[in-house]
Design a protein around this ligand. Structure first.
Ligand code: HEM
Length: 135
């Protein structure tokens, strides 16, 4: 995981007033309107929580224990909310789209690649903590 690239690219797009995650939800609900009803909280509040989660993950990239514990707990809450594996792909796609949108010409393809890997790893840790499906 290229920590420096993730930190630098996040700094580039982490604009005031949770602008990155607000833009992310705009794109998510535009491209995947079916997930919109899952969100009951005010989206501004939700955007602030998601920004905090992303910054915390980047701050703790070297701490596998922190990542496993915190993303595991977050994953279990998402399992209870009915969030499925394909939805994580949609979220990754829309987050990178929001980053590229805000970064403009300063946003480079290698930044998208770094975030694809990072968000896939986050999703993996969240999904691994899902309770086993019984049949
Ligand atoms: C990168 C992966 C994700 C991260 C870091 C993340 C982060 C968060 C955070 C921090 C919260 C606040 C509540 C809590 O802490 O439990 C939350 C809530 C929520 N997330 Fe996620 N999330 C992710 C993926 C997803 C996906 C794929 C979906 C499905 C579309 C989703 C849907 C929701 C919903 C429905 C809520 C509750 C909203 C409400 O109560 O109104 N999340 N998420």
């Amino acid at each position: 995981m290229d920590r420096q690239l993730l930190e630098d690219s996040l700094a580039l797009v982490d604009v005031p007033d949770d602008g990155l995650t607000v833009r992310f939800y705009d794109i998510l609900f535009d491209r995947y309107p079916s997930v919109r009803p899952m969100f009951q909280r005010d989206i501004k509040v939700q955007a602030s929580m998601l920004r905090t989660a992303i910054v915390s993950v980047v701050d703790n990239l070297d701490d596998a224990t922190w990542l496993t514990a915190n993303l595991g707990a977050l994953g279990r809450r998402h399992a209870e909310m009915g969030v499925t594996a394909p939805m994580y792909d949609a979220v990754g796609e829309c987050m990178i789209a929001a980053m590229a949108d805000i970064g403009g010409s300063a946003w480079k393809p290698e930044m998208s690649v770094a975030w694809q890997h990072a968000l896939a790893a986050v999703s993996e840790l969240m999904l691994t903590a899902y309770p086993p499906v019984s049949d």
